[in-house]
Design a protein around this ligand. Structure first.
Ligand SMILES: *[C@@H]1O[C@H](CO)[C@@H](O)[C@H](O)[C@H]1NC(C)=O
Ligand SMILES: *[C@@H]1O[C@H](CO)[C@@H](O)[C@H](O)[C@H]1NC(C)=O
Ligand SMILES: *[C@@H]1O[C@H](CO)[C@@H](O)[C@H](O)[C@H]1NC(C)=O
Ligand SMILES: *[C@@H]1O[C@H](CO)[C@@H](O)[C@H](O)[C@H]1NC(C)=O
Length: 597
């Protein structure tokens, strides 16, 4: 009996391992061919590798290395010369095992993506150009018979598409593929709607190494308190994180919306994500830390966020809140810390969607002095957790404009002109300078509440000129601009600004994904908040509103050295970029763009 069983097993092994594997690989990639996919006690002497019939068991320098006593053949840099048949032969006492790989080197493959069964992968594809996207790309998969079938983005039984465009309508046409199965392996191609091939991706699927069962056991504890509450360095660390996050977020948002009006409040989004960080552990914690640009395990982050919120409170109200399904048990320590650091006690959702929308909207209206009255319109009954954030800012000019309403012609990006109400002053005390590193003429307007509005004018009213400025707006270049502008003496010049009132709701789903936080939508480790199952983030919203009134208060002027070119006029009757900066906290409160006032 025993002998028979052993024999069966050997047969099975042979059957499984002597099958031939066809591989397509990219020149320039690396390749690792396992001889056996199971651990065995075979010794090195028993294993022979051949390439196109030639014995390469000793390895061939510059071509292939034999590793682990023959268990792997490693090719660090694939070239056309590597195309052919690789054979691994294992001689046992009673059996011979043969493993054959037929390798084709395909120069049209641009990417090779590896994923485990059940996991998620991303297939990259980028539409060229800076003009808005007219149509999404078409994705197809090569079949065994040499034809191609179009990828189906339809919803499956689980309610979520197996494959889906991450950012429809965006230049980034990356596809996300979830719950990978072996059959997903193969060659995928991305074409433009006109048929131009944009990328070719080879997908390799591996068997999941171990089945992971998720448990909060080792994670469910409170956020570690800040050791040094009066640290001099913790404040600047957070300030720098927010400024860096702001410019990252701006670059993602302007990419997904290259030409229209844009407005968002980086400090608000950063506060929202940091609030979530309070309950995040493990990989989710790391992903959030990296998204908001704070160092790993910077325990003082929440305390500093609280101090920052208090510092800007004179001009800006920031409110965040967490609502959760009553069937969940939110950790007591999370509720306590959330209340302490964010002034928000997690609140249970009500029975119906309508009751929930009303509850949330009245909370938001209250927290924003009625500037934002409606943040959500509908809430699904399956919602487990919802994070909200609302900000409101009202700034007044330190130097008044002429009270008489005027009109002016604003030149839009396409060259057309529109008649708009304007703010005008013949001799306005302000600082205007050309910033060569930003390719923009910049004006600074002092506002009440210890903040300033910077307006950055591109050299022309074109998409190219606008993008030239926007792509240069990194954190360090912005910081340089602010430092330089502070050293220049104000002078009196003619100023024309369109009356702006921006109301914008940026696409937070896209932003969250672009910040590397897609995993939140798939299952997050929020064990610091709730120690049941993995949570899936349902919704994340942000609404920003900015109004600059005609009134203001007179301010005294101070002097310092000037090294700017002098201007006699500043007219923002063309597309521009704006940054509303808190001089008190040294972080951006709003970043935006006006192309159509
Ligand atoms: C292949 O080469 C290795 C090392 O040079 C040698 O030990 C082995 O006997 C050779 N195998 C065959 C089948 O020639
Ligand atoms: C929530 O807590 C209550 C009381 O401690 C307990 O009875 C209940 O089973 C818990 N529910 C879940 C889903 O853990
Ligand atoms: C917000 O609610 C508080 C407490 O109910 C109330 O005192 C305050 O006036 C409200 N604010 C607004 C703007 O409605
Ligand atoms: C704006 O504020 C800064 C800093 O408080 C000050 O130095 C400058 O003179 C002000 N500009 C004007 C035009 O008042």
């Amino acid at each position: 009996m025993r002998l028979l069983a052993t024999l069966c097993l050997s047969l099975q092994l042979i059957f499984k391992l002597s099958s031939c594997t066809n591989l397509q690989v990219t020149p320039g990639s690396s390749m690792d061919l396992p001889c056996l996919s199971i651990q065995t006690e075979f010794t090195a002497a028993a294993i022979t590798w051949q390439f196109n019939g030639k014995n390469i068991s000793a390895g061939v320098p510059g071509f292939a290395r034999v590793k682990d006593g023959g268990l792997h053949l490693s090719i660090p840099l694939v070239t056309a010369a590597h195309e052919g048949e690789y054979t691994c032969l294992v001689k046992g006492d009673t059996t011979e095992i043969l493993r054959i790989y037929s390798v084709r080197v395909d120069a049209s493959i641009v990417y090779t993506v590896k994923g485990y069964e059940g996991h998620v992968i991303y297939l990259p594809c980028q539409l060229p150009g800076s003009t808005p996207v007219q149509a999404n790309t078409v994705w197809s998969k090569d079949t065994d018979s040499g034809t191609q079938i179009q990828l189906n983005f339809a919803y499956d039984l689980t309610g979520e598409p197996h494959a889906e465009l991450l950012y429809p309508g965006d230049h980034d046409q990356t596809v996300i593929m979830r719950n990978l199965v072996m059959e997903d392996a193969g060659i995928y191609r991305c074409h433009s709607a006109e048929g131009e091939q944009l990328s070719t991706v080879q997908v390799l699927i591996e068997v999941r190494p171990i089945t992971e069962t998720f448990s909060c056991e080792s994670f469910a504890s409170a956020w570690e308190p800040c050791q040094d509450e009066n640290s001099r360095t913790a404040g600047p660390i957070l300030q720098e994180s927010i400024a860096e996050f702001s410019m990252n977020a701006f670059s993602h948002l302007r990419e997904s919306q290259p030409t229209g009006n844009l407005l968002f409040s980086p400090i608000s989004i950063s506060a929202l994500l940091t609030h979530l960080l309070l309950g995040a552990r493990g990989n989710t914690q790391r992903a959030l830390e990296s998204a908001v640009s704070v160092p790993h395990e910077f325990h003082c982050v929440h305390l500093q966020m609280k101090k920052l919120r208090e510092r800007v409170a004179g001009s800006m109200q920031i409110a965040s809140q967490i609502y959760y399904n009553p069937e969940m048990n939110i950790s007591d320590f999370f509720s306590e810390q959330s209340m302490n650091f964010y002034g928000a006690e997690p609140t249970r959702l009500l029975e119906t969607g309508e009751a929930n929308s009303n509850m949330i909207n009245s909370w938001v209206a209250n927290k924003t002095n009625n500037h934002i009255k409606e943040l959500v319109d509908f809430l699904s009954p399956s919602t487990q957790l919802i994070l909200l954030n609302a900000v409101s800012f009202r700034g007044q000019w330190k130097v008044n404009f002429e009270p008489k309403p005027k009109k002016g012609m604003f030149t839009k990006l396409d060259g057309s002109m529109v008649n708009v109400p304007i703010l005008f002053h013949e001799n306005y005390m302000t600082v205007v300078a050309f910033m060569p590193h930003l390719k923009a003429q910049v004006a600074k307007f002092n506002l009440t509440g210890d903040s300033s509005l910077y307006i950055l004018l591109p050299r022309a009213s074109t998409v190219d000129a606008l993008q030239e400025v926007e792509t240069r707006m990194t954190y360090s270049d912005l910081q340089k601009m602010i430092t330089q502008m502070r050293t220049i003496t104000p002078s009196s010049i003619e100023v024309t600004l369109p009356l702006i009132k921006l109301n914008h709701q940026p696409n937070m789903h896209v932003l969250i994904k672009k910040l590397g936080l897609s995993s939140l939508f798939e299952g997050a480790n929020l064990c610091g908040l709730y120690s049941g199952d993995r949570l899936v983030l349902d919704d994340v919203r942000h609404k920003a509103f900015l109004a600059l009134t005609e009134q203001g208060v007179e301010a005294g002027a101070a002097s310092s050295i000037s090294f700017s070119r002098s201007y006699s006029a500043f007219s923002a009757l063309q597309p521009f970029v704006l940054v509303l900066w808190s001089d008190e906290a040294n972080v951006p409160l709003f970043v935006g763009r006006v192309t159509d006032p």
